[in-house]
Design a protein around this ligand. Sequence first.
Ligand code: AMP
Length: 373
Amino acid sequence: MASKLRGFASQTHLRKTIAFPRPSDLPSIVKRLSSTSSPPFEIFREPSPLRTHRHAALLSSRSVALVPTMGALHDGHLSLVRQAASENPEVIVSIYVNPTQFGVNEDLATYPKTWESDIAQLSALNEEMKQNGLQGKITAVFAPTTGIMYPTLPPSSEIPGVGSFVTITPLASLLEGASRPVFFRGVATVCMKLFNLVQPDRVYFGQKDVQQTVVIKRMVEDFHLPIDVRIGPTTREKDGLAMSSRNVYLGARRRKVGLVLSRALKAAEEQWVKGNFKRGDILWPANALADEWAREQDEIPAKERARFEVDYISLADPNSLEEIEEIDPARGAVLSGAIKMMPVEEGQPGEDCGLGGGTGPVRLIDNIILRPR
Ligand code: AMP
């Protein structure tokens, strides 16, 4: 650790040139750091040194935050780390693409992996947070192999798969779970493993994956885990698209039309803001907007369009995620949706069709919380 810190501190040019960086400065800091030597935190691949590291924090009464990620980091992940570092002296970021949350026909093999950029972004973030006087910093990245995470059996993505799993029903079979039956079993299982390995005081999850936050909170409550679950707001692109590691697959056409989801949810939210509580009154503008955008795409030439299918647009109870007919203003509700951007049709020479050339569909999810009044 000391040598890593020394390596980082010796970049004196950084100290001289970077004065109180803002989040918007991060890309240039990343560029400068990506060519430099060791990161300013430990990188653990095995449980044993991770546990020793965690134990040291316990002995010094320093609270430890965990931010679980699958890598391919973007500003949404970084905002969670900032929040974690503003509330805890030590932040551990895990980077692990968990196979059991991908269905057999999903994109596990092609999920983006950007290790060097991830480490450079986290290194730069530590520098930014230090300059901005945050109490905490990233002290470790935990990046295990699948052999470590699933030590006794190869992990299964089959629905009736064998293995040691955490299942949270019926939450895990609603909404996202209806289309992705093994997803939340995989998420709950890997989070339970990470929580046991890291033993964090607080864990940080993004509002972007609202059902995940509900599942994790339920798991923590039902299994009496001594962990505080903290939720960070969804980080969006300027036009409102929720940031996601999978957005790199969209390409220009689908990126533009993919906005339909956040626009539809906004249209629904406006009804709530205006004082409507009934399901039909709230959801109709969202469905109408999605239908209109879908019709527009049907009518333009294949070489220009980006077709999509709506999987669901939901108005649900914030704790059970069951669909509701009317919002109880004292409870509020969760507006959420998922769409499938279809593969790019008739890609043109030189066209940006996204990573992978636009050949596969891209699932987008988003949500808005209708807070209790
Ligand atoms: P992932 O790497 O996609 O598994 O995400 C890791 C964590 O980052 C999860 O808690 C996500 O909810 C969170 N996250 C992903 N995208 C965003 C976003 N746009 N805004 C806030 N949090 C996000």
